[in-house]
Structures are given as C-alpha cells and as structure tokens.
Write a protein that binds this ligand. Structure first.
Ligand code: SF4
Length: 416
C-alpha cells in the first residue's frame, strides 16, 4: 500500500526482540501500582496465602492478584472475567503480573476471601495519596449503589408481606377443610381424597408454624425486616424495581476519582447517609474543612446541618416535592425571606409574618402568613385554601446558604 504509513510484517523475525518493559515507560501509572503493592506487608494486612504452602500445587502470590485487582479498580474493570481476558492481552497487565493470567474464578475467590485485607489496602492507598497531595481540591462526591444479595425476595419478610402470607395460608387451610367436609359426604370414593387433603392440610399447618417463628423474629427486628438467607440484606428500591440487597456508600475524590471512604448500609434510602460519609471522608483526608457533593436523594435538612457543624460544606440540589408547584401554583422559592424582619414577601407584595410555631417529627417549624390573601388578585395561582401559609424550619438558613453556594458554583453538580 504505497503512499501510506506501513506497519511491521507479522512474520518478520527480529534480532533483538522487544522486552515487556519497552512497552511500559517510566511515567506509566502501573509502575506506581507495582511499587505500592510490593511495599505492602501482605501477611500483616491479613491476606490469605501470604505465606507459600509447603505442599500441593503452588498458588498465585497474593501480590500478583492484588496488582491485578488494583489495576482493574483504577481502570474500571470490575468483572473478574474481563480481568482474566485483559491479563492475557493487555501489555500493561502482562508487565504488572509477569505474564501471569489467573482465571476469573481465582480472581473472584481472591476478592471474596480477602475483603477485609483489601479494605486495609484501600486505607493505605488513601494515606499514600494524601502524602502525595492528591487531595488538594478537598472536594468529595458521595453516592450510593444498590447491590443484590444472595437472598431472593421470597426469603425476605416485612410486616406487610408476613400479614399477606399468613392470610394466604389461613385461606388455603379454610379451603381444604371445606373440601374435606364435602369429601366426607362422598363415601367411599371420598376416602382417598380425604387422605390427600389431610396431607395438604398438614403441610400447610407446618408452613404456618414456620411463618409464626419468622413473625416472632420480625416483631423483634428493629428495622421491621427479616432476611433468611442473608440476614443483613434488606428489601430496597433500586432503579425503580425492588431488590433484596445492600446499599453501598462511597465517598470519591472529585479530581482523581479515588475512593476515600466506603460503607455498606442496610437502609435503602440515602437520605440519612450524607453526614456520616462526609465525616468519614474528612477523617481520612485529614483536612479541617471539606466540600461534598451529592445527588437529590441525599437532601435532608438535619444532615446538612450536621455537616455544617463538622466543617463540611454540603452541595445537594433540593428535590421538587411541593404540591403547589406540581399544581402549577407559586412555590416557596417565589417567596423572599427577609432575615432582618423575619418575614416573607409574597409575589403580590404582601408581607407574611411569623404567626405560629409547630413541632413536626422533632423539628421546629415556623409558620408565616398574611391576612391579605382573601382580596388578592393572584390567589388562584397561590393557594387553594383561604390563605397561603409558608413553613420555615428553624435552621433553614443552612439550606439557603447551600442554595447560594450551588448558584455560585453550578459546575460542582457535574462532578457527581
Ligand atoms: S394569595 Fe396571599 S400569599 Fe399568595 S400572593 Fe396573594 S396575598 Fe400573597
């Protein structure tokens, strides 16, 4: 192909063959993973097989598998099958492992058997990153992912599901008893049928006894759920469908995407996780102050307040949950709060003053309204009642300050 850049002839022999290290230059990050893992005391960190077996077929050194794992983690190759494939065709991995290519089961077993030790390695890695000044921006993104447990939905019980199951079994027992009464009258052909029904009834009674035991456990369970196969798993919503699993929380450095802190929680909601994850990340990074970014699912006044008290500046967009806005009427954002007068100015220019205070779920809520709504030309766009009332949480200034921060730096939300 004259006129084009030409490649090497595949059959060409070379006098001085290429060496693996020729493909991995001095600046390649895999050299950092290699040096990092080699510097770890794997036995002290608790890795299985850190001491070679004296008998049997030699296994892979945990350092080889750990390098493979760290490489996969930092290059977003989570699947053990993909890592197996990459190990035999990716020149960086060939260099890193010395051309060893463990099969996917070995990789998966290594991950499963060394979970605790791998977590300690993560902590070491974060410390190293901190020493290298990689957390200079001190902006951390927090997010949660739902992972399915081994437990299937049939083996998970909530109070509502238990009530449904008990009612179903009771209805089935009643049905079989009625059938037995009918079979009694149809002697002698009914005898065989009665025997069959009695077996069914005995099985149902046994099932009912099992359900009663689980029901007892359910009543004692603080979160109102019992999972039989995987006791820590919980029923939760993941992307619109129900799963039984875990909610894995991660705090990730926004610049380098390093996982700084992680946790596994059994609550399906992220609403109560913001301050705990923010504090965990701040402790690891070791800074006096920290900025955190999270999606709407984390929006919670008390959580933002706790963050503020811990030197953590939260950035979470407020979800739209207002019935007024959904109905096409003015939202709370259309009312301007004046801290000097402790009052709101409505779109019609009326002043809504503080009239009463209520306690809702342990939170102090202040209520504001005006007597001018009855004669207001905008009333149809404002309220369906006789008067529009605006609610204000006693610490609402914390949420207002967060909104102002977000308005000043909208690019922060893209970091998520
Ligand atoms: S209805 Fe009341 S609160 Fe709403 S705009 Fe009119 S005066 Fe203001």
């Amino acid at each position: 192909m004259a006129g084009y850049v030409e490649g090497v002839d595949r059959g060409q022999a070379t006098l001085f063959p290429d060496r693996l290290k020729d493909f991995v230059d001095e600046q390649n990050p895999v050299r950092v993973f290699d040096a990092f893992v080699d510097a770890l005391d794997l036995r002290e960190l608790g890795f299985a097989r850190a001491v070679p077996a004296t008998m049997g077929r030699p296994g892979y050194h945990p350092a080889v598998l750990l390098k493979l794992y760290v490489y996969g983690y930092l290059n977003r190759i989570a699947s053990s099958r993909r890592l197996e494939r990459e190990a035999s065709r990716n020149v960086e991995l060939m260099w890193l492992t010395g051309r060893l290519a463990p099969d996917h089961k070995t990789i998966a077993d290594f991950r499963r058997d060394n979970g605790e030790a791998i977590r300690r390695v993560c902590a070491h890695f974060v410390l190293l990153a901190r020493k290298l000044g990689l957390f200079s921006e001190a902006v951390v993104a927090i997010d949660g992912s739902k992972f399915k447990a081994v437990n299937n939905r049939d083996k998970n019980f909530t109070a509502a599901k238990m009530a449904r199951r008990l009612a179903e079994v009771e209805a089935a027992i009643a049905r079989y008893m009625a059938e037995m009464d009918g079979a009694d009258d149809a002697e002698p052909a009914g005898e065989v049928r009665i025997e069959h029904l009695q077996e069914k009834l005995a099985a149902l009674h046994a099932h009912m006894a099992e359900l009663k035991v689980i029901d007892e456990q359910l009543r004692a369970a603080p979160e109102g759920q019992v999972s039989l196969t995987d006791p820590d798993a919980r029923s939760m919503n993941a992307r619109g469908s129900g799963i039984v699993g875990y909610n894995v929380q991660a705090a990730v450095d926004a610049e380098h995407h390093l996982v700084i802190a992680h946790d596994v929680v059994t609550s399906g909601s992220d609403r109560a996780q913001l301050s705990a994850m923010g504090k965990a990340a701040k402790d690891v990074i070791g800074y006096e102050s920290l900025e955190i970014v999270a999606d709407r699912g984390y929006y919670s006044g008390p959580e933002v307040l706790t963050c503020e008290a811990s030197g953590i500046s939260a950035h979470v967009v407020k979800p739209v949950t207002s019935n007024a806005v959904a109905g096409g009427r003015f939202g709370k954002g259309d009312f301007n709060y004046d801290p000097s007068r402790d009052s709101y100015r409505c779109p019609a220019g009326e002043e809504l003053t503080h009239r009463s205070t209520a306690n809702e779920d342990g939170q102090t809520i202040r209520l504001y309204w005006t007597n001018g709504c009855g004669a207001c030309a905008l009333k149809a766009r404002c309220t369906t009642g006789s008067q529009r009332r605006v609610r204000r949480w006693e610490h609402e200034h914390v949420l207002e300050a967060m909104e102002e921060r977000l308005a000043r730096r909208p690019e922060l939300m893209r970091l998520r």
